[in-house]
Design a protein. Structure first.
Length: 381
């Protein structure tokens, strides 16, 4: 039987399903997900507090409604244990679902930092609606929060939590926030604005251990300093979920390796979203998901289409100081030309021929986003 099966009901899986149904309304479509299958916008998790959103309030469409909209069978709370490539089937504890085309949209998981101490297991991360619900519950009695990881998500949470009236301390090894994405001047501009709101920083340091202290926690830093907090949130980055693919003998590297048609190393098995790696790139952002979903939908509908990516700037959700980033290609020769003004930072990454390869704009300078994006080369031609 001709049947499309998608494993994963996050933004990638559901966007693909919607795009596929625009092209093909009849082919049976099955979606398997280990959670409840309700649709919500995952990027909203890091600014839901300031929007007064509960976990339930973030849900825009239930699994039942999604099934009706997509003319699909949605298997909620159904974790795929194995892919039987020989029999072209995915296997869960409860059932076996056969496929003619299989798509892995299994996302990424939070990286757990190597933390010691008798409360190390109480360090939490937020990577799902269920995580956010637990976080909201714990936050009810918390007056201050420590965030391990001053990257993009960590800074978004810092801005969101400080706006709720709680104290925030951000811990990380870099000398400035978002040091993997931003030149130091841009990171410092964000740090200063968040500091004005009350965020405290412990930069150039690691969190070595977390221990119980009455109803709170003590975090011992790499310089020996000890800070007390009511809640510890880890946000040190994501790693693609590759285990299912690896066990099925698909080629994996940092992510599940796919070609320009988003096909894995085994015919008729595809991957997209945070779990996929294409030409050495793992792109855990919304715009790459949207482009990938539209492209793969064409292929699944019988019109094989090669993926391309235009320049895709990333907006950092820190309302206190707006930031938009379009990172230059990894290892691209060139230099940052940085201008620091009262209203923000303007940083352009140019090669020896003065060709623009990337940019960072903060504060008032984000108004230049559209103009500069047009000057950038595509991420994948």
């Amino acid at each position: 039987m001709n049947q499309v099966v998608i494993v994963g009901a996050g933004l990638a899986g559901y966007t693909l399903a919607k795009e596929f149904r625009k092209l093909d309304q009849q082919t049976p479509l099955h979606i398997l997900t280990e959670d409840d299958g309700h649709f919500y916008s995952k990027p909203m998790l890091s600014n839901a507090l300031s929007r007064s959103k509960t976990a339930e309030g973030l849900v825009t469409t239930t699994a039942v409604e999604m099934a009706a909209q997509l003319n699909a069978t949605i298997w909620s709370n159904s974790r795929v244990k194995n892919i039987n490539t020989q029999n072209r089937a995915v296997e869960t504890l409860e059932r076996t679902v056969n496929y003619s085309k299989l798509v892995l949209a299994v996302g990424a998981s939070q990286i757990n930092p190597p933390i010691k101490g008798n409360a190390a297991d109480k360090v939490m991360s937020i990577n799902s609606l269920q995580d956010y619900a637990k976080f909201r519950e714990l936050l009810e009695t918390a007056k201050n929060v420590a965030i391990i990881g001053p990257g993009l998500i960590g800074c978004e949470f810092a801005n969101d939590i400080i706006d709720s009236g709680r104290g925030v301390t951000v811990i990380g090894p870099g000398n400035t926030p978002l040091d993997r994405l931003l030149p130091p001047e841009a990171g410092k501009a964000l740090q200063d604005k968040l500091s004005q709101l009350g965020v405290e920083w412990r930069l150039g340091l690691r969190a070595d251990s977390v221990d119980h202290h009455d109803a709170a926690y003590l975090i011992t830093l790499s310089n020996g300093e000890v800070i007390e907090t009511d809640l510890v949130l880890s946000s040190v980055g994501l790693k693609p979920n590759i285990e299912l693919a690896q066990n099925a003998s698909l080629e994996v590297n940092r992510g599940i390796v796919v070609d320009r048609f988003l096909q894995t190393s085994i015919n008729d098995i595809y991957a997209l979203g945070d779990c996929a790696e294409i030409e050495g790139m793992v792109l855990p952002f919304v715009l790459p998901i949207m482009h990938s979903a539209r492209t793969l939908a064409q292929t699944l509908a019988g019109n094989p289409t090669k993926l391309s990516f235009p320049a895709m700037p990333v907006v950092v959700k820190t309302p206190v100081h707006s930031i938009v980033v379009s990172s230059p290609p990894v290892n691209a020769p060139g230099d940052w030309q940085v201008t620091v003004e009262e209203g923000g930072v303007r940083a352009l990454f140019q090669n020896a021929e003065n060709k623009l390869l990337g940019f960072v704009l903060t504060g008032a300078n984000v108004a230049e986003k559209q103009k500069l994006t047009k000057e950038l080369p595509p991420v994948l031609e």
